[in-house]
Write a protein that binds this ligand. Structure first.
Ligand code: NAD
Length: 442
């Protein structure tokens, strides 16, 4: 049987043994933080508020297990390329660990660690019976054939199969992975453990996936934004919205903002941004982008760069691509009053401080983009019960869970007179610390 709980934690990382407890808030220090240090800085800010002692903080921040595997692949062009695969399991005190799988050339251990820890805090904010994990392979799938991506996925699965499972650690799609990749994992995992659809979520519906999973993160971004906008007396009807990233999260968020009557004036992908001051016509744009696998050239009245999109004159900004895109150099120029973090850690700590100083409301990633893991949880529940929910039920339950989480974070923010990110971390830390305490350390 695999090990349980935190008792066999790996050696602490240098950045967890007190190093991040200091308060490096200047631009200079902010920029040299690694992603994991940046998340831990946010953790420490909230832990300070709660009076969590240093020894418990170190235990809560330290990942439970880190797996790194070599992945050699004979590509369809005949060349042998060697990739690195990672799975970081951060915490399982509240349940099996849960988190996506990312295929991107910049994937490295520190970033996967940061994303795994964010999953611990995200599942706790949503009060899901999960801990946090994340995985990735440092490849660029756009340079690989579909057959290569399948082989790589199967090889990775065969190397980590003993560490994942429906009651251990449940991967899901993230950047550059999708329902097809999850289907290959189900098939490969079955060779070792028998057919186990609940080993991953975000599967095709035909293979036990849930209705509403694909659109869930974008839908959750809208739900959280509706609540924050109402608190700010910012009507969504007619609000100007810019969205960076037009993949799963960004394109669905654009659709839902459009449906809610907002004016989505700019969207972007890795190639650049499309702009129309009157609002882009999102449904046909989504269709064309899905066929072309990019925003078509010439879409919108004008084209912009991704940097220009972030500082546009809009009411609401949704970063929904990669991390660290809002930093001290552009944060002073951001004009949006409300930022809904569709992406994970899009805001560096120093930019966050700038937004706090200027009174810009930021709905943090661990709340704003939690719709995906919430519907993943519904998928897992359906798999375990061998039962299917209708799309309407999925959307209703998602709305209820997003509203409850938003209310709890808001209440924490009011109680401690703090921002939504610090409040969300505080809520999550309280829940994980209580579970850790009840289960006992050692
Ligand atoms: P995706 O691969 O479907 O889409 C990513 C999008 O970002 C694409 O449009 C791509 O062109 C664009 N992009 C990539 N690099 C860029 C760059 N340098 N500048 C501008 N745009 C760039 O990925 P996704 O699943 O939509 O994930 C996006 C973000 O949301 C990630 O941070 C991910 O961790 C986070 N997230 C995803 C989910 C989910 O359910 N998929 C859930 C929670 C959080």
């Amino acid at each position: 049987m695999p090990e349980d709980r935190r008792s066999r934690a790996p050696q602490p990382h240098p950045e967890q043994t007190g190093g991040t407890a200091a308060e490096p808030t200047s631009a200079e220090v902010g920029r040299r933080l690694t992603p994991f240090q940046a998340v831990n800085l946010q953790f420490d800010r909230a832990a300070e508020l709660l009076g969590i002692p240093e020894d418990l903080r170190i235990s809560l921040k330290t990942p439970y297990r880190e797996v790194m595997v070599e992945l050699p692949l004979r590509c369809s062009d005949g060349e042998i390329r060697t990739f690195s695969g990672y799975r970081v399991q951060h915490d399982n005190s509240r349940g099996p660990m849960k988190g996506g799988l990312r295929y991107h050339p910049e994937v490295d251990l520190d970033e996967v660690r940061a994303l795994a820890s964010l999953m611990t805090w995200k599942t706790a904010v949503m009060d899901l019976p999960y801990g946090g994990a994340k995985g990735g392979i440092n490849c660029d799938p756009k340079t690989l054939s579909d057959g290569d991506v399948e082989t790589l996925t199967r090889r990775f699965t065969s190397r980590i199969e003993r560490f994942i499972g429906a009651h251990e650690d449940i991967p899901a799609p993230d950047v550059n992975t999708n329902a097809q990749v999850m289907a290959w994992i189900v098939d490969e995992f079955a060779k070792y453990h028998g057919h186990t659809p609940a080993v991953v979520t975000g599967k095709p519906v035909a293979l036990g996936g849930s209705e509403g999973r694909e659109s869930a993160t974008g839908r959750g971004v809208l739900f959280a934004t509706e609540r924050a906008a109402a608190d700010m007396d910012l009507p969504l009807e007619g609000a100007r919205v810019a969205i960076q990233g037009f993949g799963n999260v960004g394109s669905w968020a654009a659709q839902f903002f459009h449906d809610a009557g907002a004016r989505v004036v700019a969207v972007s992908d890795v190639h650049g941004a499309a702009f129309d001051g009157d609002g882009l016509d999102i449904p046909p744009l989504r269709e064309e982008a899905s066929k072309a696998r990019r925003i078509p050239e010439g879409a919108g009245a004008e084209t912009l760069t991704n940097d220009e999109l972030l500082i546009m004159d809009v009411d609401i900004l949704v970063p929904a691509a990669l991390g660290n895109v809002l930093h001290l150099r552009n944060a002073p120029d951001v004009q949006a009053r409300l930022i809904a973090e569709g992406a994970n850690h899009p805001t560096t700590p120093d930019a966050d401080e700038e937004f706090r100083r200027r009174g810009v409301t930021v709905i943090p990633d661990i709340l704003a983009n939690a719709g995906g893991v919430t519907v993943s949880y519904f998928e897992w529940v359906q798999n375990l019960q061998r039962f299917r929910w209708k799309a309407e039920r999925v959307d209703e339950e998602l709305r209820a869970m997003m509203d409850t989480a938003y209310d709890s974070v808001r209440e924490m923010a009011t109680r401690h007179e703090t921002d939504l990110r610090t409040a969300a971390f505080a809520l999550a830390i309280e829940r994980v610390a209580e579970a850790t305490h009840l289960r006992g350390v050692g």
